[in-house]
Design a binder for this molecule. Sequence first.
Ligand code: CAA
Length: 295
Amino acid sequence: MAQQIEKVGVLGAGLMGHGIAQVAAQSGYQVVLRELDEATLQKGIAKIEKQLARAVEKGKMDETEAGEVRARIQGTVHYRDLADCDLVIEAITESLPLKLEMWREVDEIVKPGAVFATNTSSLAVIDQAAATSRPQQFVGLHYFNPAQVMKLVEVVRCVTTSEEAFTTALEFARSEHKLAIPTKDKAGFIVNRLLVPYMLDAIRAYEEGVGSVEEIDEAMKAGAGHPMGPLTLADFVGLDTLGSICDVLFEEFRERRFARPPTLRKMLSAGWFGRKSGIGFYDYSGEAPKPNPAF
Ligand code: CAA
C-alpha cells in the first residue's frame, strides 16, 4: 500500500529541481525547496514565478490558483526545514560524492518514515540508497526537462526498495498526472540509455562533416518529427550534465557509443555548458539562439 504524502522536500532549485517543485505544488503538495545559498534559491523561485505568470497569461491558470501554488512552496537554505517531509526528492548536481554527502546530512534530519528519491539521470540508485539508514525506502524518480511539460517520470526500483516505497513513488508520480513507467536500476534507465548515444552520435556526425550543427538539427526535426534537433537538445539538457551521464554510461557498459566525443570534451573545457551558460552549440545571448561561430 502507498504511504500518504502531504509534504515534499526538493533538494536543488536548478534546471530540474525548480520544475519538480512547481509540479508538486501544482498537484496540491506542500513543498520545501532547498538550495545551497539564498541567491541560487531566489533564482530557482524566480523561474517558478515566471512559469506561473506565463500560465496565467495563457489562461491555463487564474491568478488565485497561481498564488496558491506559489504559497505552497517554501524556499530554504537549511536542511532542518525538511524534517517533517513525507517524500524528499534530490535534484542536485549529477555527482555521486556530492549526493552522498547531502544524503548523509538529510538522513539524520528527516523523519524515519519518509521516502527518499533521486532524480539522477544515470547513477545507480542503490549507490545512494546504501548510504542512508533507509535503503528500503529509497527509489529513483526521474523527471524530464522541462519537468512542467514532459509527461514521463521513470520510477526506479533498486534491489533494496520495498514494495511499499515503490508503490508510494508510482502513486506520487501518477498524482502529478505524469506517465509513471517503472524501470530497473540500470545505468541510464530507459530514456537516457537511448537518448544519450543519439545526442553523442549527432556530435560525431558533426565532427565527421556529415552536416553543420544547424543542418543536423533541422534534418532531425523535419525528417524524424523531433521537437528539437539533437544538438539543440544537448544544449537544453546541459552539456555538463550530458558529459556526466555519458561518463557513467561508458563506465558501466564500456561501449564506444557512450564515450565523450572530443568536441564535447573541448566545449566543457571552454565552460560552454549549453543554454544554462549562455553558449553551447548555439549562442543564447540574444533574443533568439544563433549558431556558435566556433562551429
Ligand atoms: N516550463 C513550463 N512550461 C514550459 C516550459 C518550461 N520550462 N518550456 C515550455 N513550456 C510550455 C510552453 O508554455 C508551451 O505551453 P502551451 O503549449 O500550453 O502554450 C509548451 O510548453 C510548448 O512550448 P513553446 O511553444 O515555448 O516551445 P516548443 O513548442 O518548442 O516546446 C519543448 C518546447 C516542450 C521544450 C519542446 O521543444 C520539447 O518537447 N523538446 C524536447 C524536450 C526533451 O526531449 N526533453 C527531455 C530531455 S532529456 C532529460 O531531461 C533527461 C535527462 O536526464 C537528461
